[in-house]
Design a protein around this ligand. Sequence first.
Ligand code: PRX
Length: 677
Amino acid sequence: MAKNEAVETSEAQIAVHWQEEEYVYPSKEFIEQANIKDESIYERFALDNFPECYTEYADLLHWYKKWDTILDTSDAPCWKWFVGGKINACYNCVDRHLENNKNKTAIHFVPEPENERIEHITYQELYVRVNEFAVLLRDFAGLKAGDRVTLHMPMTEDLPITMLACARLGVIHTKVFGGFSGRACADRIVDSQSRVLITIDGYYRGGKFRDHKKNADIAVDLSKKDGQEVDKVLIWQRYPGKKISSTPLVNGRDYLVNDLLKDFRGKRVEPVSMPAEDTLFLMYTSGTTGKPKGCQHSIGGYLAYVTGTSKYIQDIHPEDVYWCMADIGWITGHSYIVYGPLSLCASTVIYEGVPTYPDAGRAWRIAEELDVNIFHTAPTIIRALRKIGPDEPVKYNYHFKHMTTVGEPIEPEVWKWFYKVIGKGEAVVVDTWWQTETGGFLCSTMPAIKPMKPGSAGPGVPGIYPVIYDEFGNEIKAGEGRAGNICIRNPWPGAFQTIWGDRDRYISTYYAKYCKDKNSKDWRDWPYLTGDAAMEAEDGYYRILGRIDDVINVSGHRLGTKEIESASFLVQEVAEAAVVPVADEIKGVVPDLYISLKPGYEASDELAAKISAAICDTIGKIARPRKVWLVSDMPKTRSGKIMRRVLGAISNKKAVGDVSTLANPEIVDEIKKKVSS
Ligand code: PRX
């Protein structure tokens, strides 16, 4: 595909160009209590002090052995942090808090059904449950350091317990978003070569009970077809001891965790002292081809980065009650529900369900009951809450000191409602821009130091040096008013190490474009390409516009257009498929799918529904197209390439521009008529 075609159909192209907004300042009360109150942090993390500055984050952790080398660049651009250091992530998130805080709540688990009690799990209880499950993983499932295990679980406390048990043994966890299909789970099992799958019988979402066990059967069968045997499926139960899923167990393969645990009561296992550079987890994310990429995150560097940023940017203190509404199946949940907050000994909230279920007040009742004071969410949820309950927050007696938005650009109007109504004008807001690959925040204001600016993420966080390049590698300067490709000049400890099993793709996707010398071992020659378009204002604040590649961001979740297109080809009538992003009031962006059929097939509503269902089965409901448009042909260049730019313009009701050079310009009017009717 021609380079400019990808750029022209990107999210960035449909991004709104907001006005520069006025600064909003944090309150005196917030500044007084903040972990970081003065600008000197920017000096400590100046490029002149790189990479030594990052020992400030590493020093927040317990190390069995300190590192010999802070940053090893010998295998550029696979950067290695804290080499020679020995550490365990589970020890840092659990054991080390027992001495002073064993009776403090580590996890508040909030079930979606409101008539079920909230569970409060202390650090001591977490320690016991993690240990017992870790011994089970070791002795029953035969897992050891370096093995991969796939987790396909929803938002219950069993999920962090499972992750931490893996981390205790040095087992690499690969968490698949609970809403993904069995097929999507199978792809990740195969790529990570997992022979153990951990799942749950069922859970609640949006008032409905979801039978989740059936996805495990699909995942295991499909993995086998693709050459990866799963020999054990470990199934947590939403209600221990109760049968709620009607999907039968497979003899000799499926085991109920709660039955097995009876043999492991009171068992303990010492955390394994792991090399800092070993892998903590894989997190798959969508790329420009159909195959998701397994982002490989380290133990020491990652944990140091999420702990440091949780302390300084999330401003977490041990006495805080912290609620991040993300799903642990995404990177936000890994970094800023589980590892960051628990490493700092905070109380972290895990909510099973939909924030607006059963009504617009639910989230605020939870905040009130648990006395949440740090709140972390995404623009798509803020827009939904604003739409259905604009006056709801004021009815509840909760007070946030700090709020975060993440995942997609937030419109200034929505930001202001977030600040005034949800935050009651009391909470500082950080708009944090980052990615699955980056492990932690890249741009954000420092909450007590820099003022907020609605619609802008802010400058690079301490130690992160962004730069915007044009297509030719020229720097676009602050205040020029032009957008370009935002990159990061320097490595940082939270960054992923590589793509699991595909170093070449890691380099070609993230480093090749602006690499100054591919034989260089100097990090200065390897800017990291984020794949986002951005503009830098005169004050050094970055405004993120959206993706420049074939990835779209639906409700803050990344989906590859190629993944959706490939799924539609499972319907045998489909000849050609093209996905384009369409602006959406709540979700930010949604996919529109254009399909042309093989000769001899008739377009019908049933066929469109079948294609839509195939996508939900293959990826998950999150990828369901807004609309499947069955068209007689696609607009094409003379060389036969589908002009997604034209389809994108039609779906977004924008001018299609000059189409006279197309091979079939007449099709444009035909499609326009169909879409506008
Ligand atoms: O396009 C950017 C957008 O989300 C992408 C990363 O998605 P993912 O890897 O799923 O991680 C999401 C949570 C970190 C980015 O390339 N994005 C993320 N945060 C923001 C954002 N766009 C604008 N503003 C943000 N604060």
